[in-house]
Design a protein around this ligand. Sequence first.
Ligand code: ASP
Length: 353
Amino acid sequence: MTSRSASTVPQSLSPVTVEIIYTGGTFGMVDHGAGLRPRRGLGGEIADAVAQFERTNGIAVRFDYTELEQVIDSSDAGTGTARLIAEQVRSAIAHRRPDGVLVVHGTDTMAYVGARMAFELHDLDVPVVLTGAQIPLGQPGSDAGSNLALALNHIAAHTVAGTFIAFGRSLHPAVRASKRACDDYDGFATVREFTPPPTPPRLPESRPRADSPPVGLFTVFPGMHPNLLDAALRHYRGGLVLECYGAGTLPMHGDATAAAVRAATTRGTPVVVITHCDSGAVDLDRYQPGRALRAAGAIGGCDLTREAALAKLAYLVDLGMSGSGLRRWMTTNLLGELSNHPATQPIPNHSQN
Ligand code: ASP
């Protein structure tokens, strides 16, 4: 761990204190001829980038720096990655009480990991900001320094707690963010409106399980064979996010699809239906396939993003929730991940009057 303080900036103002955790991603990658891959030992370069931020912004920063033991291409993130980073964030806050925590992470799974961290760290009173880069630090055209600066500026502003993604020109609430570009400095979008509840509901106290069954995500498509969905439901027995068309429809294959879902929910596997549309919400009453899913025990996931749906379902399952309790919390807006639409609003008929 490195502990550094502001250099050229007058120290009369008390510095912003930041914990920087480097987990991998393009931000720190190098290509030695076999494609970009992550490397450790980025502390010195990050210190230089922070010093540059201080000079440009006139803000003094004192930071502590840690790296994950194994820095990864974030496409290698597993079920435990977000929890591991969240534990590091918690421990840093407990020991050093920084004004905020900055997590350098790969962009490919930043929205998934960020959403899970948002649930894990929902009780914190300091901001946690994930950032990364499309072009590695130190390479021509790199966005690493400017993304780091955006994240530091957010922490320095002492505005809101919560987990965010700072990237390109914008700050995105992690539970509403999605990676939308791999060829643009603005790689992320806030794909859904962020409406955190004025008073966040309190989840019942419970100790997270270490041995939860796996939770997964399945996207429907024309030609989807019901056996494929059935296999997913059997493997991801902890729970499955089912990303459907429109208001919550999918190929039904007679009764085969509904039978697979019914068998899974009867085994105790929750199935949460979300939509791959960018606006509107799941309405399982609207179409026959939706009704069949609902009758088979599926839960309507309203307007959850795919990343937040997976994160929330896995989080609640890890807390040991199931049945009606899980259904209730899955459909309750905990921290802005849901807008709590009653359902998709029917399209108004403009031909009338
Ligand atoms: N493959 C990289 C990663 O997610 C992409 C990036 O960081 O931009 O780790």
